[in-house]
Design a protein. Structure first.
Length: 409
């Protein structure tokens, strides 16, 4: 009976009902668009940055994160990594051997970061060959290396020159070798461009006398939203055998930047909800005040106050549901369009992303959890706006309201 009565009451003032529902729908639409573009850009940045260098997840020796020592290594064996590959969310695992050395050519020398990789697998994962500006990509087992453009310019080397690498190998052994420069890379990050040297992992293992050893296993996963559960499972599996690091641990600066940007975006969304909430509160309060004589008559004829309060809540729930439905009807096709047809960047912004090896687009995240959270916010907003009107009705003075004088109180 309350539901029928509430539904009829809504359409006694069609314009007010539609305007209130439209305000909620607009707030839901704008918040969904804002958060979807935000989350889409965050996911793309995380994926791109991780593929570029750190990876989304790394397995390291428990002491390697703090020591960065060539002595703290993991086995390269298939038995060691197989338990990680058996996880449904893990797509592939890439072995890397990372250490430092002194690079020298003629009278110039510089400290460099040497990264031994599986050439084919690494190129499929991070598309390093796309950053080549001259020469060719390395092949497995060869005595060739790739240099960053800034490093090559500093050392004054060219394709075909031989570079000397000298450092400390596994367990204090001398690491020294002569390697031909087969390609020059351009990295958008100056820090990497001026110090990174790529070589096949077998060659790096020979240089550092670390056959069958790697400094880290880089894991690529299928779904970023399952990162936390995958990390927890890996930590249970490897426990003391390896340390499991996420991209947040490996790139704390980017994690903090994303967190700050996300906080700013959420703040703006809630400012929007606050503005809509004040308008919604005013509408519900006005709807309550102008109907006080009607409510007084209902109470005088025997209706319980709790049922009258429930009637107001049901009416407001109908308005909220109508606003949510309108908001989803408007949002769904727009989000679907931008999901399959992302906005393409142009000009300097596009060129910067292309130089970084990233696709110059603004992706959209279509996530059910994101929609549910925004819908829950709308319902919570409606609930907060109902507190005072319900209290007002629960304390309504019947005699004064019947005379039309309750507004003064």
């Amino acid at each position: 009976m309350l539901i029928r009565l509430a539904w009829r009451n809504l359409w006694r003032q069609k314009r007010r009902t539609l305007l209130t529902s439209s305000a909620l729908a607009l707030a839901l639409f704008l918040s969904l668009m804002t958060r979807s573009f935000q989350e889409g850009s965050y996911s793309a940045n995380i994926e791109n940055s991780a593929r570029f260098y750190t990876g989304l997840i790394q397995l390291q020796h428990p002491d390697f994160y703090t020591s960065n020592s060539i002595d703290d290594l993991l086995p390269e064996s298939a038995d060691f990594i197989q338990s990680a590959l058996n996880l449904p969310n893990v797509k592939t695992a890439l072995p890397r051997l990372e250490s430092v050395a002194l690079a020298a050519f003629a009278e110039r020398s510089k400290g460099v970061l040497v990264l031994g990789v599986n050439p084919q697998a690494e190129d499929e994962y991070s598309r390093i060959s796309a950053k080549l500006i001259s020469g060719r990509f390395i092949t497995a087992g060869e005595q060739g290396v790739l240099l960053g453009e800034s490093l090559a310019r500093y050392l004054q080397v060219a394709l075909g020159d031989e570079l000397v690498l000298y450092g400390q190998g596994y367990h204090g052994q001398t690491a020294a070798g002569l390697y031909q420069i087969v390609g020059i890379l351009h990295f958008p990050l100056q820090q990497l461009d001026s110090q990174l040297v790529y070589m096949p992992i077998q060659t790096a293992q020979s240089l550092y006398s670390a056959q069958g050893k790697v400094s880290n296993w880089v894991l690529d996963i299928k779904q970023l939203k399952q990162l936390d559960s995958t990390l927890a499972t890996l930590k249970d599996q490897y426990q003391t055998k390896a340390s499991v690091k996420s991209w947040q641990d490996l790139s704390p600066e980017m994690a903090q930047q994303i967190m700050m940007d996300k906080a700013g975006g959420i703040f703006l969304v809630y400012v929007l909800y606050g503005v809509v909430g004040f308008g919604l509160f005013a509408t519900i309060l006005m709807m309550t005040l102008e109907r006080q004589r009607e409510f007084a008559v209902m109470l005088a004829t025997g209706m319980l106050r709790r049922k009258l309060a429930a009637l107001i809540m049901v009416e407001s729930s109908f308005i909220a549901c109508l606003g949510i439905t309108l908001g989803l009807i408007i949002s769904a096709p727009v989000l679907a369009y931008f999901y399959f047809n992302p906005i393409c960047l142009t000009g300097d912004a596009a060129q910067l992303m292309l130089d970084s090896g990233f696709e110059p687009i603004m992706p959209v995240a279509v996530d059910v959890g994101l929609m549910v959270s925004q819908i829950a916010t709308v319902l919570l907003l409606m609930l907060l706006c109902l507190i005072y009107p319900v209290l007002r009705v629960s304390r309504l003075d019947v005699a004064s309201s019947l005379k039309g004088g309750a507004h003064a109180g």
